[in-house]
Write a protein that binds this ligand. Structure first.
Ligand SMILES: Nc1ncnc2c1ncn2[C@@H]1O[C@H](COP(=O)(O)OP(=O)(O)OP(=O)(O)O)[C@@H](O)[C@H]1O
Ligand SMILES: Nc1ccn([C@H]2C[C@H](O)[C@@H](COP(=O)(O)O)O2)c(=O)n1
Length: 220
């Protein structure tokens, strides 16, 4: 069973899907982490992010390994453990340049489909999982939250280190740029909306799990 979840920045995709996968005993794929790792690699190789061909070459040779264990996420690029580094504000502010590069996207999407096929029972989250990567997933959810809730949550997550302008760049401005590559603000046909604005973290996890259990029941 494939559980596909999309949504804007700060809506809770990574944390909610990781917790749900852990409770369900499923694998977990953070596709945003793959775009972030690709961006880290381009910056490390001093590839100009506006140079589309150079970015494509870099993504083609990207020596990426991403774990699918929801309880132990490790992301490596070659010998470098980039699990923490890809969460840096410098990556958040540059990742859209890679995510909107069509050829880089096609390469990463192919890799994501390979991981999903290999795992079988998996929660995969990102921006285009319900629509492009796994449109045939048995559970398809658009996880949303108000802009105010998303900014507040991201601010708390970063320990109050970012001012309002930096948070806006990392959350709302990034959404605007990423919208050029995929539609994650409106649910496509057959995709259920889960609005977490007024839900606690655990209520949101429980809501996702109950949708999975409903789909599991429908299959037996
Ligand atoms: N329903 C909720 N109530 C309160 N806090 C939440 C809720 N859902 C998520 N959070 C918190 O909000 C923060 C942002 O969540 P998370 O990083 O999972 O978002 P995201 O959608 O994956 O963002 P991005 O796409 O930018 O990586 C985390 O600290 C998470 O614990
Ligand atoms: N399926 C996906 C996943 C992510 N992206 C882009 C959009 C984000 O700016 C970036 C990082 O994702 P995050 O870690 O914030 O979820 O990657 C995408 O285009 N498609």
């Amino acid at each position: 069973m494939v559980i596909a979840v999309d949504g804007p920045s700060g809506s809770g995709k990574s944390s909610v899907c990781r917790a749900a996968a852990s409770e369900l005993g499923a694998a977990y794929l953070d596709t945003g982490a793959m775009y972030r790792a690709a961006t880290w690699y381009c910056l490390q190789q001093e590839v100009g992010l506006d140079d589309h061909d150079a970015v494509e070459v870099a993504v083609e040779e990207l020596p990426l390994n991403i774990s699918t264990n929801p309880d132990h996420q490790v992301i490596t690029v070659g010998q470098a453990d980039v699990t923490e580094a890809i969460r840096d504000a410098s990556i958040s502010e540059n990742v859209s340049a890679v995510a909107t590069n069509p050829k880089a996207r096609a390469l990463l999407i192919a890799s994501q489909r390979g991981i999903i096929d290999r795992e079988g029972f998996i929660v995969a989250e990102g921006r285009d999982i319900t629509t492009v990567v796994a449109p045939d997933a048995q559970v398809r959810v658009l996880l949303t939250a108000s802009a105010e809730a998303r900014l507040r949550r991201r601010g708390a997550q970063l320990g109050g280190t970012q001012d309002a302008e930096a948070l806006k760049r990392q959350v709302l401005d990034r959404d605007t740029k990423d919208s050029a590559a995929s539609n994650f603000t409106e649910a496509a046909d057959g995709v259920a909306v889960l609005d977490s604005s007024d839900l606690s973290f655990q209520e949101t996890v429980d809501s996702l799990i109950s949708r999975v259990q409903l789909a599991q029941g429908a299959r037996t």
